[in-house]
Design a protein around this ligand. Structure first.
Ligand code: ADP
Ligand code: MG
Length: 382
């Protein structure tokens, strides 16, 4: 793709959001209760069939279907590795994990470590550590100058918190419209940490996760109601033979959403949740934004929640977006499983127009001229 000044319009081709479904194994509780598995995965055809006793069976098709035995590395390689190459090219990419509490959103995004010494060989690692590990592996193979920054934040009850600030600091962050770029936002005070290798990032993820956990107890939060957003920004400077410099910026958002159990199939609030005063404005708005994008409505209510303001560009914007919906296979979760499958099926219809963030600078050329002038000056004085 030929470089051009500013962001490249040439790459703005419409593409659908990619949707994958991951079904976890039956857990101990479901097994003890003899709740049978009612989900049948056909990964070759990317299909899922739900067989409830009182229901007719229902089949859904997605871009990818991951059956219970799927490993963390398989999920990563199928869904996220291709996005990493896009980030390195200068695209913004987002992965959302959506689903009922206890179905594997955090397991998929962060995963579990078998020991404190994290290596990429650990089979339990989720998408975030794997993506960072591979990012540095790929960057080290280029001749480009690069920098990598990460941030990790939490949205709870429509308030934003920094998960990378010290453990005892829990100030609310403020979200502003970015006057330089339409539709994007800046978060005042959010720590953006420059990282130099994957192990540094593993430490940060651990810190963020720990902070998410401790604040839960301290501030009496229900973890199922919080959203976490991990972001990685990669700046690269590529020098061409002609002395031009190409600046590319790619961003990857990895989002672990709140539990979907209080939101109905169309994104409407369930009575149960309404009675409990249990409104998750961000999750509710996300559902409505998806619905309105699918219906191709003029007005999309991005501004009605923090999550959708922050990730506006990932929904119907210039970002490449994937959703991984997580489900339980058990009969006892049938209603929520159908709700998640419906939601994910709907989201497949959203179209984005990804664009590369790159610009050319003549800096190298100017430096060449300056050097030449200096040389001529010296020659004159000699
Ligand atoms: P959520 O974040 O959606 O609430 P978790 O990721 O915390 O759910 O998962 C709940 C439990 O189920 C955890 O103990 C997790 O390790 C386990 N689990 C989730 N998905 C899987 C999976 N695909 N394979 C094995 N265990 C899983
Ligand atoms: Mg979780």
């Amino acid at each position: 793709m030929p470089p051009s000044a500013g962001s490249s319009r040439k790459s703005a081709r419409e593409c659908n959001i990619q949707v994958a479904v991951r079904c976890r194994p039956l857990n101990r509780k479901e097994q003890d209760e003899n709740s049978p598995s009612i989900v049948e995965c056909t990964p070759q055809l990317s299909k899922i069939t739900v067989k409830g006793l009182k229901y007719d069976s229902k089949t859904f098709a997605y871009d990818h279907v991951f059956p219970p035995e799927t490993s963390q590395v398989d999920v990563y390689e199928t869904l996220v590795e291709p996005l990493l190459d896009e980030v390195l090219t200068g695209f913004n990419c987002t992965v959302f994990a959506y689903g009922q509490t206890g179905t594997g959103k955090t397991h998929t995004m962060e995963g579990v470590r078998s020991s404190d010494a994290v290596t990429v060989e650990d089979p339990g690692l989720g998408i975030i550590p794997r993506a960072l590990y591979q990012l540095f592996e790929k960057l080290e193979q280029t001749t480009n100058e690069f920098s990598v920054r990460v941030s990790f934040l939490e949205i709870y009850n429509e308030e934003l918190f920094d998960l990378l600030s010290p453990l005892d600091q829990y100030q609310k962050l403020r979200l502003f419209e970015d006057s330089r770029s339409k539709g994007s936002v800046v978060i005042q005070g959010l720590e953006e940490v420059i990282v130099h290798n994957a192990s540094e990032v593993f430490g940060l993820i651990q810190r963020g996760t720990e902070k998410r956990r401790t604040s839960e107890t301290k501030m009496n939060k229900a973890s199922s109601r919080s959203h976490s957003v991990f972001s990685v920004t990669v700046h690269q400077k590529e020098s061409s033979m002609t002395g031009e410099e190409l600046l590319k910026t790619g961003k990857l958002y990895l989002v672990d959403l709140a539990g979907s159990e209080n939101i109905g199939r169309s994104g409407a609030k369930k009575d149960r949740a309404r009675e409990a005063g249990n409104i998750n404005q961000s999750l509710l708005t996300l559902g409505r934004v998806i619905q309105k994008l699918v219906q191709k409505e003029q007005h999309i209510p991005y501004r009605e929640s923090k999550l959708t303001r922050l990730l506006q560009d990932s929904l119907g914007g210039r970002t490449k977006t994937s959703i991984i919906a997580t489900i339980s296979p058990a009969m006892c979760n049938l209603e929520e499983t159908l709700s998640t499958l419906d939601y994910a099926f709907h989201a497949k219809n959203i179209k984005n127009r990804p664009e590369i963030n790159q610009k050319l600078t003549k800096k190298a050329l100017i430096k060449e001229y300056t050097d030449e002038i200096e040389k001529l000056k010296r020659d004159l004085l000699a």
